[in-house]
Design a protein around this ligand. Sequence first.
Ligand code: GCU
Length: 430
Amino acid sequence: MKTALLSFCGLIGATWVYAQQRPNPSAPPKEKYVIRANYDESRVPSYILPEVLTCHDGEVVTTVRQWEKKRRPEVYSLFETYMFGKAPVLKKRLPYQVVRTQTDALGGKATRKEVRLQLTDDAQGPHIDLQLYLPRQAEGRVPLFLGISFLPNYTVCNDPDVVVPEPADGKKGKMDYRGSMEASGQPEKILDHGFGLATFCYNDVDPDFDDDFQNGVHPYYYDKGQYFPDPDQWGSIAAWAWGMSRAMDYLEKDPQVDAKRVAVVGHSRLGKTAVWAGASDPRFALVISGNSGCCGVALSRRRYGETVDAMNERFPHWFCGNYKQFNNREDYLPFDQHELVALIAPRPIYIASAEEDNWSDQKGEFLGGKGAEPVYALYGLKGIGTDEMPPVDTPYMEGAIAYHNRKGPHAILPYDWEQFLRFADRYFRP
Ligand code: GCU
């Protein structure tokens, strides 16, 4: 009886808290958000960037030690608290299972592995289906690109042996999408280069829509009585990046992979994700930002193309609750995106822009890389290597921060991969 009464009170209490925090159902419907983007360079406001090397207490960083012990943790904590949100710290590795291995994939060129990674202690809970292609001829452990993708693994490569699941609606031709992302992923080119490619679909971790974090991985990590993340806890991008780290947990165990030579790569919202994964997990040796734009590597204070307000309005689930306070208040941000790039130092980063992609602000992306240079310089490393916005199709990759602005649209194209591979060669070739 006592227990029943307590659970009843608990239920009332929980409902009360829930009702307290939910949006008011009788509120008038929100007006449709109208995007007002500036594409005129002369109308970019003047702004002052936060000093990446100045600590909260005014101390100016001049050594790697000061950066790593004092300033980097400050900057990291700001991004975690006010932008991406804090992801759970695991006390132990989660279970995984190698579901299938095929040693003669792609006409004998590759070994393909399918690995299921549990994302919680609950075996029935969300999981990542990680797919690996590893070059068969390779001697020893191979370097690898870990890509987070918009679509399931069967779209990555035109591989007749990959099982394509039946579509839920039972209508679409089963094979429709097999290999449809091959141009963006370039699996065969990567394999011919002697590198491996591992991918998973971001929806495995958290489906990409605003549902107050009721599906995906978030609810599994709520405290007792918690119904959605606190204002400083993980949004979807932090969850996807956390998923990349779970993939890395597995890669460290795979005897064919050199976990010390793993690059993270993503495009657009998944470019933002790859950059945050690189910033938050130092095990990633190289980072590729494909058109990550606003809230990726592009400076927010420029307010060119997409803005913080447009992002939070249209994709409120991507960032943590605290980030909303900076809508139309970019000058109050306690950081700017050059400091996100700086968090990756001294590891190399490739920033890829596209000429037609004004929404992502190509110049802002370039300046995001430039602004991180003082931190790379602490390690004696060169940055992009030019102060001027590089001409189209002219990659700069002599330093640890590489940049190009490729002709064409918002995408990852074969041209981009050619540059990424050249850049990775410099760091991953023995
Ligand atoms: C939208 C969004 C961008 C994002 C892009 C994508 O355009 O505004 O910030 O990068 O979607 O992920 O495709």
